[in-house]
Design a protein around this ligand. Structure first.
Ligand SMILES: Cc1cc2nc3c(=O)[nH]c(=O)nc-3n(C[C@H](O)[C@H](O)[C@H](O)COP(=O)(O)OP(=O)(O)OC[C@H]3O[C@@H](n4cnc5c(N)ncnc54)[C@H](O)[C@@H]3O)c2cc1C
Length: 303
C-alpha cells in the first residue's frame, strides 16, 4: 500500500515527553505524522526532573540539546549529609560524554521545549482529541478519535501509543503490563529556598524521619523527596504526616503538609537551609511495571 493513500504515516497518541520527542524525530526523518492529545494544553507540572548524559547525547543527535542545556541546572556531585557532618561526597562527572553532569529540567519545561521545536518545523499538537479505537486491515490501521464529541476517522501506517501509564492503546492491543506496588509512600515538594546549599549538588540526608533527597532545580529552588511509611491504601495515600489536623480537607492537607515540610527541613539538611515558599506538593505510592511486549500487528513500512 502506498503511503499517499493514507492520511498519515505515523499517528501518535499522547503528547507527553515521549510522544513529543517521537513527533520531532518523525519530522526530522521526513515521515508524515500527526500527534493527538486528549488534554487542552501541555501539563504545567514539574514531574520528572533529571536528564542524564546519554539522553542529552540523544537530544544532540536529534538537534535538540541546545535549549535543554540553556535551561538546565547542572548537577555534578552527590553528598550524603547529616545535620552535623558530610558523610560522603561523590562526584558525577563521567569522562566519556560531552555532557558530564545531570541536567535538571522540570518536565513542563521539557514539554515546552519539545513543542517549540515541533512548531519550528511547522508541526503542532492536536489537542482535545482522544484516541478511542483502532483496527488493522489491509496493511493499514483505521483509527477512531473523538474531538468535542465528534468522531474522527483516520488511516495510518503505524499507530504509536505514547499515552502514559494507563495507555488506551496498550489496553486495546492486549499488551501485558506486569508489576506490583511497593509498600512505601513518598512525599514530593518543590520549594523556594535560600542559597545555602550548593546549586550543583544533590543531597541525600539519612535521618530518623527516613531518607530525604534534596534535588537542586536552581540555586534557590529545590525538590524534596521523602519516604514515608504508611499502610497500603491504593492510589491516594492518606499519610498521617500530611493529614493530621482539623478543618476542611483542603485546609487540613495544606496546613499539615507545611508543618511536615518544615519539620523535615529542620531535621534533615545541614543547618541554614530554609524554605520560603512551597510551590507544589504531591504524595504518591510507587509501582514498578514492565511491558515485556511493545508491539502488535504486521510489520510494514511507509513507501
Ligand atoms: C509528581 C510526579 C513526579 C515525577 N517525578 C519523576 C522523576 O523525578 N523522574 C522520572 O523519571 N519520572 C517522574 N515522574 C514520571 C514521569 O512524569 C513520567 O514517567 C512521564 O510523564 C512519562 O512520559 P510519557 O510521555 O510516557 O507519558 P505521559 O507524560 O503520561 O503523557 C501521556 C499523554 O497521553 C495523553 N493521553 C492519555 N490517554 C490518551 C488518549 N486516549 N488519547 C489522547 N491522549 C491521551 C495524556 O493526557 C498525556 O498527556 C513523575 C510523575 C509525577 C506525577
Amino acid at each position: 500500500m502506498s503511503s499517499s493513500s493514507l492520511d498519515t504515516d505515523v499517528l501518535i497518541v499522547g503528547a507527553g515527553p515521549v510522544g513529543l520527542f517521537l513527533a520531532n524525530e518523525c519530522g526530522r526523518r521526513g515521515l508524515r505524522w500527526r500527534l493527538f492529545e486528549t488534554r487542552s494544553s501541555q501539563s504545567e507540572h514539574s514531574k520528572a526532573l533529571a536528564i542524564f548524559p546519554r539522553t542529552l547525547e540523544i537530544f544532540d543527535m536529534a538537534g535538540l540539546a541546545r535549549p535543554f542545556l540553556e535551561e538546565a541546572n547542572r548537577v555534578t556531585s552527590v553528598a550524603v549529609v547529616t545535620q552535623a557532618h558530610t558523610l560522603a561526597r561523590m562526584s558525577f562527572t563521567p569522562e566519556q560524554t560531552p555532557y558530564p553532569f545531570v541536567a535538571m529540567v522540570p518536565q513542563d519545561m521539557t514539554e515546552r521545549l519539545l513543542v517549540e521545536q515541533l512548531r519550528r518545523g511547522g508541526g503542532q499538537v492536536e489537542y482535545e482529541t482522544t484516541f478511542v479505537s483502532a483496527v488493522e486491515q489491509d496493511n493499514r490501521v483505521s483509527v477512531t478519535l473523538e474531538r468535542k464529541g465528534e468522531p474522527i476517522k483516520l488511516t495510518a501506517a503505524f499507530v504509536i501509543g505514547c499515552d502514559g501509564a494507563h495507555s488506551a492503546v496498550r489496553r486495546l492491543l492486549n499488551l501485558p503490563f506486569e508489576g506490583a506496588e511497593y509498600d512505601d509512600s513518598f512525599m514530593l515538594a518543590d520549594i523556594e529556598t535560600n542559597d545555602t546549599l550548593p546549586a550543583n549538588e544533590l543531597q541525600l540526608c539519612p535521618s530518623e524521619l527516613g531518607p530525604v533527597a534534596i534535588f537542586p532545580m536552581s540555586a534557590t529552588r529545590r525538590r524534596i523527596v521523602a519516604t514515608i511509611q504508611s499502610k497500603k491504601e491504593g492510589d491516594a495515600p492518606s499519610l498521617d504526616l500530611v493529614l493530621r489536623g482539623s478543618g476542611s480537607t483542603r485546609t487540613r492537607r495544606n496546613r499539615s503538609a507545611r508543618l511536615t515540610l518544615e519539620h523535615l527541613l529542620s531535621h534533615t539538611p545541614p543547618p541554614g537551609c530554609s524554605a520560603s515558599r512551597r510551590a507544589h506538593l504531591h504524595c504518591w505510592r510507587r509501582r514498578s511495571h514492565t511491558q515485556p511486549i511493545w508491539r502488535a500487528g504486521n510489520e510494514h513500512r511507509p513507501a
